[in-house]
Design a binder for this molecule. Structure first.
Ligand SMILES: Cc1cc2nc3c(=O)[nH]c(=O)nc-3n(C[C@H](O)[C@H](O)[C@H](O)COP(=O)(O)OP(=O)(O)OC[C@H]3O[C@@H](n4cnc5c(N)ncnc54)[C@H](O)[C@@H]3O)c2cc1C
Ligand code: FES
Length: 261
């Protein structure tokens, strides 16, 4: 993990609400793992004071590039969206723990929604490079918001889209879809990010079918380093409730331990 000035290579519109940014960061490229995040200083002004956490979307080792795919939400991401190619971006990272892929897992099922799609893309790339098969159910408000589907396909995933607009993103339909894939594809592990409802659903399925899973969680952050306890969430472990920091003990957690209700 390093604190440094990277160079913005591009920061382009991915849709009306999302932008895709690439930075040149040779100092940290070899440390980056799918599931980790960077803590970005979105502006050179006093406000917004706090950095904003952003998942690694792509790791392009041969070009020393780290990419982010982000929703323009409030003050921080609005400032970020105004950065131009060639400008310096103050980055801190990579932070947190990435996804862990067990050797014996062959078939992975990934379910992501909204900004969670950005976090899942490098997991698919990593899994494919390890010879695993990935199936991805991608959920969003509309097809326009399913931005990384083509990239995920390029990385080797078999992709199914569900959207609010098409009326097939509800939990009943998605549960049936997941269960049919578990039956037909011998799924060994489950992964999710971007929706509390999907996380709860997947935790339920994980416990019912005894399939292990991991979830990438989001929380507002202060230090990003494990020192301020601003990002603490409760988890269930060995019959007890424990508090863990999303920035340092996460952002990837075991699905069975999560309490996203
Ligand atoms: C690990 C991680 C990975 C993420 N990856 C992505 C990604 O890949 N793509 C993506 O689009 N989004 C991602 N997010 C979400 C992203 O960080 C937020 O959307 C972003 O921080 C919003 O900032 P904003 O200033 O634009 O929005 P705002 O709406 O201005 O800020 C968000 C809200 O939180 C408040 N807030 C911000 N920080 C704090 C804080 N530390 N303490 C208390 N309140 C605070 C703000 O005041 C505001 O109310 C990720 C979040 C986490 C935790
Ligand atoms: S943000 Fe400070 S402990 Fe997590």
């Amino acid at each position: 993990m390093k604190l440094l000035q990277s160079t913005v290579l591009f920061n382009i519109e991915a849709s009306s609400r999302y932008k895709h940014m690439a930075i040149y960061a040779p100092e940290v490229i070899d440390e980056c793992i799918a599931g980790q995040f960077f803590y970005l200083k979105c502006s050179n002004h006093i406000s917004p004071l706090l950095r904003r956490p952003m998942s690694i979307y792509k790791i392009v080792k041969e070009k020393d590039e780290v990419h982010f795919l982000y929703l323009i939400k409030g003050e921080g991401t609005k400032s970020l969206s105004q950065m131009q190619a060639g400008e310096k971006l103050d980055i801190f990272g990579p932070l947190g723990n990435g996804f862990i892929l067990k050797k014996e897992w062959k078939n992975l099922l990934i379910i992501a929604r909204g900004v969670g799609l950005a976090t899942m893309a490098p997991l698919i790339d990593l899994a494919t490079k390890q010879g695993k098969t990935t199936y991805a159910i991608l959920s969003a408000r509309s097809k326009e918001d399913i931005l990384s589907a083509n990239y995920m396909k390029e990385c080797g995933a078999q992709v199914i889209l569900v959207t609010d607009e098409d009326g097939n993103s509800d939990m009943v339909y998605v549960r049936k879809l997941i269960e049919s894939m578990i039956d037909s594809k011998s799924i060994d592990a489950l992964f999710t990010c971007g929706s509390k409802r999907l996380t709860n659903l997947l935790k339920n399925i994980s416990l019912q079918y005894k399939i292990p899973g991991q979830v990438a969680l989001e929380e507002n952050m202060g230090c990003g380093l494990g020192m301020c306890f601003c990002c603490v969430k409760p988890f269930q472990r060995a019959g007890k409730i424990i508090n863990l920091r999303v920035c340092s003990e996460g952002p990837i957690f075991q699905l069975e331990e999560v309490m996203e209700i």
